[in-house]
Structures are given as C-alpha cells and as structure tokens.
Design a protein around this ligand. Structure first.
Ligand SMILES: *Cc1c(COP(=O)(O)O)cnc(C)c1O
Length: 385
C-alpha cells in the first residue's frame, strides 16, 4: 500500500499509541474525582496541555482541548458570534476555507449573521485589499486559514492578523494543516484564536485544541460540567489528550527532518509527472505552499477514474471532487482559484508523510501515465481536441 493522503489523516505514531495505552486500563480514572489516582489523570492532562502550548509558543492556560479540528473551529466562530452579538453581526472569511469553517458560517447566516466570503487569486492567496475593504463597524471576527488542505497555499497570516488588530477585530486561523508541519508561534503570527487537530500530525483522531488568547472571552458550545475552564463540558478524553501531547513533542523533534525529506519526494513526483504526462499542471503556488502537498491538474480526465485506477494499484490519493449526496461537486477551492469545473474534476492531490519513500514515488510515476492515457482515450473531450 502506498499512502499519499496525509492531509486527510495520518497514522498514529507508535510512540503516541504506547503513551496512550495505560490510560485506557490502569489509569482510567475520572480526572474530576477527588482520590489520588484521579489527581494523576488530571496532572497528565496538564502535562499534555503544556506540550501543546510549547509547540504553539503560548501559555498552557490558553489551550482548550476539543474533539478535533472541526469542533475547535465551530467553537471559535460560533463562540465568538454568541459572545459579541451585541457588538456586531458580521464575519469575514475566505472562499477556500475547509467546510468546517464554511458550513459553520452558513449556519450563522441562518441565525441572522452576515458573512463576507473573500476571493483569492490564481494561487489561492486571499485578496487582502478586498478583505480590508469588507471590514465594517459591525465586523466581529475574521477567520482565514493558515494553509489550504487541497492546494497547500500558505497565507501571509501575519499581514492578515495585523489588519484585524488595527481595526479591533478578532482573528481566528484554521491552522490544522500547519501545526506539526511548519514551526511558528501564535504570538508571532498574532492570532487571537487558532485551531489544530492531532490526527493530521501523527496523533489520534477525535482530539484537537483551540488556542484562545489570554483574556479573550467566548461562549461555550457544550454545556455541563466545568471541565476546560467551563468552556468545554464533558469528562476529558484522557488517552487522546495524552496522545496529542506526545504527538506535539514528536512534531517538534521531527519537523525539520520531515519537511526536507517530504519536499524532495513531492518535487520528484511533480517533475516526473510533468515530464511524462502531456497537458498537466500544478494547481496553487509552487513555492509558498505546504512542502508535502501536490495538487496536479490533469486535463480531459475524471479525478475519480484516476483514483479508482490508482487504488487498484494500491495507491491512496485524493481528488478535487467531493462526493456530496451522490453527485460529484468540483472542489470549491479549485473553482475559487479560477480552474474551470471540467478541469477541477481532473485534479489529484498527493500529500506526503514521514514514511514515504523514493521507491513509492517511482511507482506512482510509473503507474499514473498509462492510467491517464487509457482514460483519455475514452474521453470524448480528448478525442475531439
Ligand atoms: C482536517 C481539517 C479540518 C478538520 O479537522 P478534524 O479534526 O478532522 O475535524 C479542518 N481544517 C482543515 C484545513 C483540515 O485539513
């Protein structure tokens, strides 16, 4: 099996699993109980919180554990909307956000909030001028992703957060694809809130964090017990929290090495494909993007067809189409950067991880060209051109 879909999820690092295991059995205690073993469970949560904070360059009291990236994002956006609804009802985001952001904003629109969806250029960079012009006295939040999951484009995030700060507007960033890949500090980028998810960097699924800058008050989404500073009720998922802490520790250790190796493999694959397959291109910016991500546009072919054929060869990748209620919708990200709906259907995303090898890249470069050729021969568009 050749796995080239690390932006969808990663395997759990064996060291992470090892760290988690005792918390399912002998260390199962409820962190809120009063006896000594519970205190130890509570301490493990705090140790893990410190590890997350260290990776992000903030204080541990600024980290809230959630059930993943989507929940962190919902909490940041809806929690801010509820907290500041008397100040204003306007939110600014971009057209290329993850659905966790876009669908949350759509939900708030149903409740009477107004949302501006800022466009991007052909590389996927947010139109800063339009963003600045969209800010009104009613604007309460700007939410712009740090790096895009489909094409990898990395936004000039400091610049965007400065604009927000100058206008007195809160700034949240979906950093799910950046944490564990690129070193940064929340203080340097100037975010008020930042979302991350453990399963995108070799931690367990169903656990994430929201960084909330000290002093900032938002409303909770989940009500009940007083866990997580009254912001996220429910008995803590201690094994997952411990696993996330370990994943952060490993990320710090491995990031530099991983990035160099994965970039080399990614570039090698692109070079090979560009040489071997006519009429293909790289979507997004070739430099200012995640080093592990490649989005290849293959003209006159359906992405799904390529994926099925790759799957047959034991290769896992993803395409620019999302299957929504049985029909294939072209990626909103590719449409936003100006790719036509037909071409958006013919895109493939390869995203590399720590264990990928040169042999795997060679195999993909060997297998994909004949697949494309075969599919094109069946395409009326290819034959007509
Ligand atoms: C995966 C992902 C999410 C959602 O995270 P989950 O932990 O799966 O809920 C949000 N934003 C981006 C950019 C992602 O890649």
């Amino acid at each position: 099996m050749i796995y080239l879909d690390h932006n969808a999820t990663t395997y759990c690092d064996p060291e992470v699993v090892k760290e988690m295991l005792p918390y399912f059995t002998e260390k199962f205690y409820n962190p809120s109980s009063v006896y000594t073993p519970s205190q130890e469970a509570k301490d493990s949560i705090e140790t893990s919180r410190e590890k997350v904070a260290k990776l992000l360059g903030c204080h541990s009291s600024e980290i809230i554990f959630t059930a993943g990236g989507s929940e962190s994002i919902n909490m940041a956006i809806i929690g801010t909307a509820y907290a500041l609804k008397n100040k204003g009802n306007h939110i600014i985001t971009s057209k290329i956000e993850h659905h966790a952001v876009l669908h949350t904003c759509k939900f708030l629109e149903e409740l009477g909030f107004e949302v501006s969806y800022i466009g991007v250029d052909k590389y996927g960079f947010v139109d800063i001028e339009q963003l600045e012009k969209s800010i009104t006295p009613k604007t309460i939040l700007i939410s712009i992703m740090y790096a895009n999951n489909e094409i990898g484009t990395i936004q000039p995030i400091e610049e965007i957060s400065k604009i927000a700060k100058n206008k007195g507007v809160l700034f949240h960033t979906d950093a799910v694809q950046v944490v564990g890949k690129i070193p940064f500090s929340v203080k340097n980028i100037g975010a008020d809130m930042l979302s991350l998810s453990a399963h995108k960097f070799y931690g367990p699924k169903g656990i994430g964090s929201l960084y909330i800058k000290k002093g900032l008050r938002i409303k909770p989404l989940i009500h009940g017990g007083g866990q997580e500073r009254n912001l996220r009720a429910g008995t803590e998922n201690v094994p997952a929290i411990v696993g996330m802490g370990k994943a952060c520790e490993l990320a710090e250790k491995n990031m530099e090495k991983d990035s160099a190796a994965e970039k080399e493999l990614r570039d090698m694959l692109e070079k090979n494909l560009l040489e071997k397959i006519p009429e293909i291109l790289i979507n997004g910016h070739t430099e200012k993007r995640l080093y592990n991500t490649s989005n290849v546009g293959v003209k006159y072919v359906e992405g799904e067809g390529m994926l099925l054929n790759l799957d047959f060869e034991g290769i896992c990748a993803s395409s620019g189409s999302a299957c929504t209620s049985g029909s294939l919708d072209p990626s909103h990200v590719l449409l936003a950067i100006g790719v036509s709906p037909e071409d958006a259907h013919g895109s493939l995303r390869f995203s590399f991880g720590r264990k990928n090898t040169r042999q795997e890249v060679e195999k993909v470069a060997e297998v994909l060209p004949p697949i494309v050729q075969k599919l094109r021969q069946m395409s009326p568009f290819w034959n007509k051109k």
